[in-house]
Write a protein of this length. Structure first.
Length: 490
């Protein structure tokens, strides 16, 4: 055993396990192992990464950080699955994959009208826990998982030959939330006032019964427009509704009488003088012969005529380039009440990030030529601000500054992250684990050999085979590259 492990004169001060012949055997064994494992799919992650576990891990991480859980949305499941299948078919590893396709187009094509959306990607992981840990160890992916803007989630998979791995798994997670639509509060029909008229006959003293007329119901007064909870972008809104046929109406806004409607018929329309921006209350009171007969339910609405402002001083424009595409990234800051930001050159919408900024990436080719880029910020009332920038100004700054800014962050960061070393080894399955174990054993033999020679004072002994000779280094590098140590996320 000493001859196999220890450098002695009997083995020419080179342990048998470190002879060149032994190293040749190691190379062949590890090469065959990786080839066979790759062909048989022993490292496939298809069965080990599942949606149920990932959904649970997402919500447990959110719960641990004081956030509500995400609800599975079938439209997001469809969009995530379609994205994964498209990545597999194109064999591309990017958020904008296939080339020229925005990640948000998959979400919109699935019928999901989002106000916030996000995407996390992963491939090559052997189990759900390791994949989740990799996402949580990446600041940008963690931000998606723990975003308070997201309320729904969908996870999709694709399996097959991908990125050089014949048995790979692609995992796509789509996050989203739809614009909240507040349903109008039901309008209560007020109780109808019933009037009766008593007729007292003039007669002789003989007592008679007192006849009464049948009560007549008076229709209620209702305001149909504006609806309760609505936000209006005009300070002179048209007020519409129904009333008793022969009645007149007084219109009250914030308990102030702003006008009277005295036309006949059951339908009415009234337009007040210019109102100031802000929250308002509205009601209509009906009168017949100067006697109040009923009034409408109180309506709450808001007047907002001010368009959201785009802060041009804070706007950031950066250049992004990969192997096949060039994109321009825009990051803008708009007023807090902004609900949508769009452009005139693409149907994709800006996405709002955690820091309140709105971001989009536009293909450079869409800005080439005599193009004026229009960026539109819109609030919930429909007010719009349009910022126009000639494309020559946008592209010109990069040409003169040699594309100084080529990095980008947020949902589309092009980073390969595998978390800790142990996590990445675990992510690679049995193939990576065997390769790593082999490296550790071989490295330990080299170090032990070196230690014994050093302590024995034999470092000056000339050996045809050193404990750090070239073939040993080659095999270490070979194993490291062949085995791989885990999946990647973007």
């Amino acid at each position: 055993m000493r001859r196999f492990l220890l450098p002695t004169s009997q083995n020419n001060y080179t342990p048998y396990l470190l002879h060149r012949s032994a190293l040749v055997v190691y190379v062949l064994v590890i090469f065959l192992f990786n080839v066979i494992v790759g062909q048989l799919g022993l490292s496939t992650v298809q069965a080990a990464v599942d949606a149920g576990t990932l959904y649970s891990l997402h919500n447990s991480n959110r719960s641990a950080n004081g956030l509500g859980g995400l609800t599975v949305n079938n439209q997001l499941v469809t969009s995530a699955t379609n994205k994964a299948q498209a990545m597999l078919a194109s064999d591309c590893w990017d958020h904008y994959c296939p080339p020229g396709t925005s990640p948000w187009s998959f979400i919109l094509n699935a019928g999901y009208e989002y106000i916030y959306a996000g995407e996390n990607l992963g491939e090559g992981f052997s189990n759900s826990t390791t994949l989740m840990n990799a996402w949580m160890n990446s600041p940008t992916h963690r931000a998606n998982v723990l975003s308070g803007n997201f309320t729904e989630i969908g996870i999709g998979f694709a399996y097959g030959s991908y990125q050089g791995n014949p048995n790979n798994t692609i995992v796509v997670v789509h996050f989203g939330s739809k614009q909240k639509v507040t349903a109008p509060a039901p309008t209560a029909v007020p109780a109808t006032q019933v009037t009766t008229k008593t007729v007292t006959p003039t007669s002789k003293p003989a007592p008679t019964s007192v006849p009464t007329l049948k009560p007549t119901a008076i229709p209620g007064t209702n305001i149909t427009d504006p609806q309760n909870g609505s936000i209006l972008n005009t300070n002179a809104p048209e007020i519409k509704g129904t009333k008793p046929d022969v009645s007149v109406l007084d219109i009250f806004i914030n308990d102030v009488n702003v006008g009277r409607v005295d036309t006949g018929g059951e339908n009415f329309s009234f337009r007040p003088s210019a109102l100031e921006d802000g929250a308002k209350t509205l009601k209509a009171v009906a009168y017949i012969n100067d006697e109040q007969v009923n009034e409408s339910t109180l309506i709450n609405f808001t007047v907002d005529t001010i368009a959201p402002e785009i802060d041009q001083q804070k706007m950031e424009i950066s250049y992004i380039e990969d192997e096949t595409e060039e994109r321009i990234k825009f990051k803008i800051f708009s007023a807090e009440d902004t609900v949508k930001v769009s452009t005139n050159v693409t149907s994709d919408l800006f996405i709002k990030n955690e820091d309140g900024a709105w971001e989009i990436q536009i293909y450079k080719e869409l800005l080439e030529g005599d193009v004026v880029l229009g960026i539109t910020a819109e609030d919930s009332a429909g007010n719009q601000t349009i910022l126009e920038i000639p494309s020559s100004e946008i592209l010109g700054q990069f040409e003169h500054n040699a594309f100084l800014s080529q990095d980008y962050d947020g949902n589309d960061i092009r980073t390969v992250v595998s978390g800790s070393l142990l996590g990445s080894i675990s992510a690679g399955g049995i193939q990576a684990q065997v390769n790593f174990a082999f490296i550790i054993i071989l490295f330990a033999l080299f170090m032990f050999d070196f230690y014994v020679i050093h302590k024995s004072g034999l470092t000056g002994v000339k050996r045809s085979k050193s404990h750090l000779h070239l073939s040993a280094m080659i095999i270490l590098i070979l194993v490291a590259f062949m085995g791989g140590f885990g999946g990647s996320i973007i």
